[in-house]
Design a protein around this ligand. Sequence first.
Ligand SMILES: Cc1ncc(COP(=O)(O)O)c(C=O)c1O
Length: 439
Amino acid sequence: MKIISSRNRHLPKDVLDNYVDAFLKRRELFLKSADRFGAPQYFFDAPAFALQIASFKEAFSRHLDKCRIFYAMKSNHFIGICRKAVSEGLGLDVSGGVELSKALDLACKQIVFSGPGKTDDELRYVVQNRDRVTLLMDSFGELRRVSNILKKNAIGNNGPLKAGVRIQQQNQWSKFGIPLKHLPNFLKEAGDSPGLALFGIQFHTSWNLDPSAQVHMIHRIGEVIQNKIPSDLRKAFRFLDIGGGFWPEQGEWLNPQNTMKGRILEILNPEYRRKKSHYYLRGRPIDFFAKKIGEAIQQQGPPLSDLEIYLEPGRWVSTPAMHILLKIIDKKDDKTIITDGGINLLGWERPLTEYIPLINVSRPSLKERSVKVYGSLCTPHDIWGMSVFGETVKEGDILLVPDQGAYTYSLRQSFIKPIAKVVQYDEKGIHEVIKENVY
Ligand SMILES: Cc1ncc(COP(=O)(O)O)c(C=O)c1O
């Protein structure tokens, strides 16, 4: 019980209040956007995204000698976000042919293509665009398929296909990459494939509240490179790609039913769910990640410390890049309201797991009131939350669902109601993005 309570801490009220207050300070902007473009809407907050990219870059350039950042498009593939990432000097990390086509259309010059289950069409597409794309291979099968494709293509002016190989994190993640012990054989086989230049190693660990998983992988890979890879093969390495998986510093905010303690309390008292108790798992600042990763690489020494470090952040940079605006369409009673957008805007039942503060920007207050906030879909699981920050709630009020940039827009579903429009807020003000896929 002690372990449970120490992992799942109560979210401190001042942390929550400061968080909500920062959005209330910008309420006029959100109200103006809802008034001009209607609800529901995705609100792309370009300045917030740019700031996040700048903080990420700054942290890693402070602790690493050479690094390159690729924005993981899967976390939010809205074209305005991807365009902004490129204009801020980032490369793009793509995981499928559609993402690759968008990245190429954006004239992005640095692209990594990673992910399991790449099709032959996707591999051919990579080969055709090898002047801009580095292939991060996921298996021996993929290596053989791409080698066959390369055999049929003249190497020509674009030179060989630049590639890396992904290393498996642990056995339960066997879906991704190759086991580390197979790296020497993989390098040998890749070396025998004409037209392929394998010069990097990749790993990715997910949902890291702190850098321990990344540090562990750096040491594992460093030791194998030192002890098991012949020096002539080692010389070929140019980069180590440490993937993404950086959890935002605010940590993971949870509803009581998603903590062990909350579940037990709810069994004892079913009304517990309605109490406004929020939990969180602590996250570490990005500078701490950068520092520990930098130290681990230095500790390994050459050749690892001579490599350029590639990073593929998604969630960390895209979380504050997009918010959702909803309108209260129906107030059934003081404790039950319906909004004009369902959680299909998020693509998954995120509010059932995570605590997301809902902010009534029409009637601002730091008071959190108990009220069930449902979406408009015909399912009881379509619920945004059990409380709202605001003086009260009335029909026509605008609710802000903040920081919904990561793994929501990309996963959004068309179900019953049309997909919401995107409004972009940037140096030109607020404007609706009508044709998202035209640039
Ligand atoms: C290979 C790879 N890189 C980067 C990312 C982005 O991860 P995150 O959004 O957690 O930073 C993912 C996410 O699944 C991934 O699989």
